[in-house]
Design a protein around this ligand. Structure first.
Ligand code: NAD
Ligand code: GLY
Length: 401
């Protein structure tokens, strides 16, 4: 079978006839140029590739050669690595680079890397000349199933994460699942936590399917071997991996299509707000540990369990469903301990969450696995929140022995 035959394609259909495709498969980077050509204006001549040193070293050549093969002139910029570089300062440097590269309105930015690169590059694309096209080539699991789809771009400020940004949809997304072979185990765990989040919040079948995949990985023992990646991408599992990623992208695409800009008026079980499941406590955990202890997805893993605990304590979620959620988070991989963290401190931090509306936190809770309910913070007693946080932090969902 050719690489092309193995590529899966997920449409993202937006209002007003807009939309784009997510191309997924092992080796898909070879088709980056073709995907860019198809989705960019026919006048496009140049692309500015934004990445970081590590990713450029691993995949830069493949990406550049594919783009050049499609007749595009390529310049590249390497930004600093990690969340601490997701700043206005970095965005400003990228913007300077786009100007120096002579990127015109019909040209485009290509983001090659994880969510940090994608969010900054997309934000710069939204600002350069008041908006040029951009193409996402995500190389972390989190970026492949979540951040590259949906058009949220932005940076962090001293006041908090993702507080400055723009909605700017990509023209195309090219997911090369083979890039996950070099991804450190913790980054895979973080990505799987977000995958569990998506299924739990909005799609029971996706939740069960993701869990089955992780169980099989766990059975094979690949995610327990020291230093090994959760996904080893051999023995025929890469096909199923691509299908799971495609199913995750299709879920995200459905939610984004129905509520592209996360309307303030929408609080229903299909609104984009439900994608914040696990994020209220997750963000608070990141904040109280100064963004040093947890990968974002790991904190979301704890956050999902905490939101599940609240849901159960409010009589919304059945105990067996909470257990199933805990098990799914455990299958995603080992999380850093949180047992030493003070629940009250976490409780105070979450009240500052930027998802607050009209002065109160919006909790995304569960009525059942696959069905979320957005609840005003004033309806959730403080003692319930604190007890749930304590329960989630004290007993981390660890991988089955
Ligand atoms: P990241 O971008 O920091 O990448 C994690 C690490 O993996 C980095 O060190 C990176 O250099 C490295 N890396 C990337 N690809 C690699 C590969 N194939 N092999 C080896 N190393 C590789 O982290 P992330 O988890 O991808 O993204 C987190 C960010 O995404 C956060 O800033 C979060 O706010 C954002 N996010 C955005 C959205 C959205 O909708 N825009 C959604 C979820 C998360
Ligand atoms: N990751 C949340 C969203 O895209 O809305």
């Amino acid at each position: 079978m050719t690489e092309e035959a193995k590529t899966l394609s997920v449409p993202v259909r937006l209002g007003g006839g807009r939309g784009y495709r997510v191309e997924i498969g092992a080796g898909a980077l070879a088709r980056l140029g073709e995907a860019a050509r198809k989705s960019l204006p026919k006048e496009a001549r140049k692309v500015a590739l934004v990445s970081n040193e590590r990713v450029l070293k691993l995949y830069g050549e493949r990406a550049v050669s594919s783009l050049k093969g499609a007749g595009l002139e390529v310049s590249h910029y390497s930004m600093g690595e990690g969340e601490r570089f997701k700043t206005l300062r970095t965005a400003e440097r990228v913007l300077e680079f786009l100007s120096e590269s002579g990127l015109e309105r019909s040209d485009a930015v290509v983001a090659l890397g994880g969510g940090v690169v994608g969010d900054v590059a997309g934000f710069a694309a939204a600002l350069h000349l008041r908006g040029v096209a951009f193409v996402q080539a995500p190389t972390t699991l989190l970026a492949q199933i979540d951040s590259s789809v949906g058009g949220k771009t932005g940076v962090n400020t001293r006041a908090g994460k993702n507080l400055v940004g723009a909605f700017h949809q990509p023209a195309a997304v090219v997911v090369d699942t083979a890039t996950l072979k070099t991804l450190p185990r913790r980054e895979l765990t973080a990505g799987w936590c977000e995958a569990v989040k998506q299924g739990a919040a909005g799609d029971l079948r996706l939740f069960e399917r993701t869990k089955r995949f992780l169980k099989e990985e766990s059975r094979r023992g690949s995610n327990r071997a020291a230093g090994a990646n959760v996904v080893e991408l051999d023995g025929g599992r890469d096909g199923e991996l691509a299908r799971i990623i495609a199913a995750q992208c299709a879920f995200k695409a459905r939610i984004v299509a129905g509520d592209e800009r996360e309307s303030l008026k929408r609080d229903d079980a299909r609104s984009r707000k439900i994608l914040n499941f696990g994020h209220t406590v997750g963000h608070a955990l990141e904040a109280v540990t100064s963004y040093r202890r947890f990968r974002h997805g790991e904190a979301v893993g704890y956050g999902c369990v905490a939101a599940g605990e609240i849901s159960k304590r409010l009589g919304l979620l059945d105990g067996s469903e909470l257990e199933s959620l805990r098990e799914a988070v455990a299958l995603a991989g080992r999380l850093p301990s949180a047992a030493d963290l003070d629940a009250e401190l976490v409780g105070r931090a979450l009240r500052k969450d930027k998802k607050a509306v009209g002065g109160s936190v919006r909790w995304v809770l569960l009525e059942s696995l696959g069905r979320a309910r957005v609840v005003d913070g004033r309806e959730v007693p403080e003692r319930v929140v604190l007890a749930a946080i304590r329960a989630a932090l004290a007993a981390p969902p660890n991988p089955p022995k």
